[in-house]
Ligand binder design. Structure first.
Ligand code: BES
Ligand code: MN
Ligand code: MN
Length: 439
């Protein structure tokens, strides 16, 4: 990538556009303005759109030279996760640093550095008069926070589109680019248990009163996977088993156990390694992400808090599962104890390999990269993908991340080479998708 372009990405990465709490509205706005500036300098149109006081969306337009070209939405997100403990970073998270062919920064892979080549390819094709499709740019600032702005925008935009390209996913491995045809949904839930107005002396009252941490444990325990590693049936409602053809296609990918070994993880049950792709791509899972309450001294805690997530398999209804989760959490609450539950649901998505957009994209990425492109599922979530699908827009979810990027963790990075790889693939994708015609 040209030094000027790399410096432009670095400038974007220097903006701490954190959406998951602790970030500042002015930085989210600056990151949005920065992206809009890239589009305007290429000669395109861009505006910031705010929905219900959410973080601004960047909405842009680059029109094809020819009449009757299809419209392709390109999507990325400028918001990033909290960098976590700063002393765990080898170089500061918002000072992009090149080491051993990798750019280290929060957002280097998720998603500024992953998306930038797609944006750049569209802008450069437009500026040189070679753009074969109409490109509508949608960049959001709430992806990591489960925000609603982009969903509302997609729902209200009656123009629709012939296809969307999302650069926010990873390759299967360094030799295998991938299109992520399946993503899990996610019900994010915060829980506050209140047992009494204030903490009590555990000697004077313990054994006779409710303890908020005990109640929290009681209501969470029935949601944990059983001895077979599976969730209870109510939480698996609607999950669709993968087809024989898809199961067979996974045999040609690296074995699931290798993916667990890569991160030195301990399998939940002995067969979870072997069964990883099915469990991660086609089963729901439940995680307690965070618990807080009490103190390391002799108190009966009055209040306990938790944050939990239920990942949803393709086929599951996000609203229905949020309700089921709420009911299960409420059913074991002792009389008089208060439990506040606040859920946000993002639906799963799955695209058929036969869709013309997927087939065209697969061939384009294979041509541009010189590597065979796999169709895979991810256990992660990109909420807007289901919103596009609901609007009748097929989505090509891809990107050039690797497991080594360590997204969401300290020392997140992105391979410098993958900026060029991403840009080559993006140019070929935008060119090849003209074959979709106008729907
Ligand atoms: N880009 C990730 C999701 C992802 C990573 C998909 C790798 C495929 C491969 C995205 O930014 C993300 O982290 N999403 C959140 C969404 C949640 C807040 C609803 C997630 O999955 O936790
Ligand atoms: Mn992302
Ligand atoms: Mn993310």
């Amino acid at each position: 990538m040209e030094p000027g372009r790399l410096e432009e990405l670095y400038e974007w990465l220097r903006i701490p556009s954190i959406s998951t709490g602790g970030g500042e509205a002015k930085d989210l706005l600056r990151a949005a303005e920065f992206a809009a500036g890239i589009i305007r300098r290429a000669g395109g149109e861009a505006e910031l759109v705010t929905v219900d006081a959410g973080n601004p969306l960047v909405i842009g337009e680059l029109r094809a030279g020819s009449e009757g070209a299809p419209t392709v939405i390109i999507y990325g997100h400028y918001d990033v996760q909290d960098p976590g403990p700063l002393d765990a970073w080898q170089s500061p998270p918002f000072e992009p640093t090149l080491r051993d062919g990798r750019i280290y920064a929060r957002g280097a892979a998720d998603d500024k550095g992953n998306f930038y080549p797609l944006l750049l390819a569209a802008c450069e094709l437009f500026a040189s008069g070679e753009l074969a499709v109409n490109v509508r740019i949608v960049i959001e600032g709430e992806e990591e926070a489960g925000g609603e702005s982009v969903a509302a925008w997609v729902k209200a935009d009656e123009r629709g589109a012939d296809c969307a390209i999302v650069f926010d996913s990873a390759m299967e491995d360094a030799q295998t680019p991938a299109i992520t045809i399946g993503l899990r949904g996610c019900v994010s839930t915060s829980i506050i248990v209140t047992a009494q107005p204030r903490d009590l002396h555990s000697g004077l009252y313990g054994g006779s009163v409710q303890n908020a941490l005990h109640v929290l444990q009681q209501i969470l325990t029935p949601l944990l996977p059983g001895a077979d590693g599976n969730l209870r049936d109510e939480l698996r409602a609607g999950a669709e088993p993968p087809s024989a053809a898809e199961l067979e296609s996974w045999q040609r990918l690296r074995p699931g156990q290798a993916l667990l070994d890569e991160v030195a993880a301990i399998p939940l049950t002995p067969d979870c390694g072997e069964d990883f792709r099915r469990r991660n791509g086609a089963e729901p899972s439940f995680e307690v992400n965070w618990i807080e309450g009490g103190a390391a001294r002799t108190v009966v805690p009055a209040q306990a808090r938790a944050f939990v997530t239920l990942r949803l398999a393709p086929g599951q209804d996000a609203q229905a599962m949020a309700e089921t989760l709420g009911q299960l959490l409420s059913s074991e609450v002792p009389a008089g104890v208060e439990v506040e539950i606040d859920s946000h649901a993002a639906p799963p998505s799955l695209f058929a390999p036969e869709l013309p957009a997927i087939q065209i994209a697969r061939a384009a990425i294979t041509r541009a990269s010189g590597m065979e492109t796999a169709l895979i599922r991810s256990g992660g979530s990109i909420p807007v993908v289901a919103d596009f699908a609901a609007a009748g827009i097929p989505v090509v979810v891809t990107g050039f991340g690797l497991a080594a990027d360590e997204i969401h963790a300290p020392n997140e990075s992105f391979a410098l080479d993958h900026l060029d790889l991403g840009e080559r693939c993006a140019r070929e994708l935008l060119t090849a998708l003209a074959a979709l015609g106008r729907g």
